[in-house]
Design a protein around this ligand. Sequence first.
Ligand SMILES: [Zn+2]
Length: 284
Amino acid sequence: MPTSDYQQRAQNTVSESKFSWRSILVHGPRKVTITLNRGVMHLGSQMLDFLAPPRCPITGELVHTAGDLSGAGWAQLHFLSKPRCERCGRPFELAVDEGTICGACIAAPPVFQRARAAVAYDDQSRRLIIGFKHSDRTEHALLFSRWLVRAGEEILQPGVILVPVPLHWRRTFSRRYNQAALLTRAISNLTGLAQETNLLRRHRATPPQAGLAAAARKRNVNGAFSVRDDARARIENARIVLVDDVYTTGATLSACARVLRKAGAKQVDALTVARVVKQGGSAV
Ligand SMILES: [Zn+2]
């Protein structure tokens, strides 16, 4: 689905949220209830803006709408674009032919078909993601989902199913939410693409990946994921887009892609908010 459709959908959502006496008269009682509820929500959101005006999560400057970045905040992030490796999305420093694959992907092709990320994983994006992941800054899901829709333009095609990388249930319980599932829901809301949050399960609580080298990361997640028995029919021949917060070595995404492909998925792509760009870089 082209980006303009997403933008139109977002525009429609904004328009529908406005209180309208005309729609009450035209559409009758059911529409009245919906319109009033949306009107109340709109008023509630205006009240919240009055009490705690929205601020840029990077610079702290006042912004027009919650989830917006200020110009200065925007300038501090390193958004990724072409030229890049067709498979893993690693940016190239020099211009290359379309479809070029990096040395790492030639040496060890990833299990997923393509991975795309919105921003480089550096001090600024790390601060945002840590807040989102560990400090209840769940409102960042809206901001990140806008970036992801743009970064994933090639892979968010009609018919794909969005699937979050799952957390082990104990970690979901202690954190109270799975950040990848929040991102998946936000992308689904923006694009209208289907989401499936119960295809995969993480049956082993793996130690945190932070600080581990590539080989250790691979060992750490090896065998940690499986598909749910009742989900096999939905996976068969499906085109799936895995969603996560950070791409470090691709080990976690590859482990998920492996079990999905084994269960019959036709294609598995991956979409993350940030990506480690420097060789040997580490993530959360
Ligand atoms: Zn590559």
